[in-house]
Write a protein that binds this ligand. Structure first.
Ligand code: NAD
Ligand code: TYD
Length: 349
């Protein structure tokens, strides 16, 4: 039986990856290691927490000695590393936490894996990253695996740094690694500070939807379960030392996305058409706001036969339905620390 460590498994994408692996691979023991920051919530994994091949460990990846002890005890065969500070606005307000978790935390995991993997046959350190490391595109072009890194925010700079370190451990110590860089995800269990769940929550509560700048910024949206499937394929069949770009082939201006979302919300909440759109409010732009991200995922499509399967409007409708049906979850995650932060940020604008 292989033992696989998934870090950040109580977060948004991590919880979908943990669920998929626990259900699809009973021959693996899945260990979810998470600090449970404001963004991590074990309620995200209620449906699988009693499965015999699942175990949870609460730990901080910044605590290097503890991480080494955990690796010595469990002797993981594979690592899928998702734990990170993930929100750009928070990285602008307070970059230091991003340096600790995203950079030092990644190095701690690499060091711990290096210590236990004398023979690297059958071992893999899979680092999950973002397309934001490539910086911002103009109105044309796509990010490929060979696009030069040009991170613009403290978040993307910290992720770029961790990507470089993972590659450096491969080149220097022959650590068996693979990296993927994915575009913006959406779906259930996403913490309501990111554009889509924040807007759903605000619309439901008749609060304003803050749109940074003119809403002209473009993101390439991918349904989270499609990302989890790509991670599964790359973990099992990706080439060691390689990078794979993952994207939805689904570029949207923020303002256009919000108009679609408002239409769906009006239908679901049985409000008169046009009601939610009135909540759209243009606010001060994000500092250093990247204009456009767009991914060329043809390498992954050709080599590993993956492609995005969920049509955006359908995925968005499912997402809205999930948030409307899970009001308790929303209350749970938006209490305490997070609300204080949200209020302080929002009141500034
Ligand atoms: P998230 O913020 O929802 O979850 C992050 C998880 O990491 C949380 O459960 C949190 O408790 C945990 N964590 C944070 N600091 C930790 C620490 N020091 N020790 C242990 N655990 C810690 O993030 P997400 O959106 O699910 O993103 C997961 C990964 O995917 C990140 O590495 C992110 O950079 C990457 N990514 C995200 C997106 C996206 O659209 N959300 C796109 C591409 C890549
Ligand atoms: P976000 O969900 O924070 O993801 P990222 O910054 O990683 O792309 O933001 C997505 C886009 O939406 C981005 O262009 C910033 C914008 N945005 C708003 O206009 N208003 C908001 O309240 C938030 C959170 C984001």
């Amino acid at each position: 039986m292989k033992t696989i460590l998934i870090t950040g498994g109580a977060g948004f994408i991590g919880s979908h990856v943990v669920r998929r692996f626990v259900k699809n691979y009973p021959q693996y023991k899945i260990v979810n290691l998470d600090k449970l920051t404001y963004a991590g919530n074990l309620a995200n994994l209620k449906d699988i927490e009693k499965e015999p091949n699942y175990e949870f460990i609460r730990a901080d990846i910044v605590a290097g000695e503890l991480i080494k002890k955990i690796f010595q005890k469990y002797r993981f065969d594979g690592v899928i590393h998702l734990a990170a500070e993930s929100h750009v606005d928070r990285s602008i307000a307070n970059p230091t936490e991003f340096i600790y978790t995203n950079i030092i935390g990644t190095v701690n995991l690499l060091n711990a894996a290096r210590e236990i993997w004398e023979h690297t046959e059958g071992k893999l350190f899979y680092h999950i990253s973002t397309d934001e490391v490539y910086g911002s595109l103009g109105s044309s072009g796509l990010f490929t695996e060979t696009t030069s890194y040009d991170p613009q925010s403290p978040y993307s700079a910290s992720k770029a740094s961790s990507d470089h370190l993972v590659r450096a451990y491969h080149n220097t110590y022959k650590m068996p690694v693979v990296i993927s860089n994915c575009s913006n995800n959406y779906g259930s269990f996403q913490f309501p500070e990111k554009l889509i769940p924040l807007s759903i929550n605000n619309i439901r509560n008749n609060k304003l939807i803050p749109v940074y700048g003119k809403g002209e910024n473009i993101r390439d949206w991918l349904y989270v379960e499609d990302h989890a499937e790509a991670i599964d394929k790359i973990f099992h069949s990706g080439k060691i030392g390689d990078t794979y770009n993952i994207g939805g082939n689904n570029e949207l201006k923020n303002i256009d996305l919000l108009k679609v979302l408002c239409r769906i919300m009006d239908q679901k909440l049985r409000r008169t058409a046009g009601t939610s759109e009135h909540l759209i409010t243009f606010v001060k732009d994000r500092a250093g706001h990247d204009l456009r991200y767009a991914i060329d995922s043809s390498k992954l499509q050709k080599e590993l036969k993956w492609k995005p399967s969920v049509v955006f409007e359908q995925g968005l409708e499912k997402t809205v339905e999930w948030y409307l049906a899970n009001e308790e979850w929303m209350k749970n995650v938006t209490s305490g620390e997070y609300l204080k932060y949200y209020d302080s940020q929002y009141n500034k604008r």
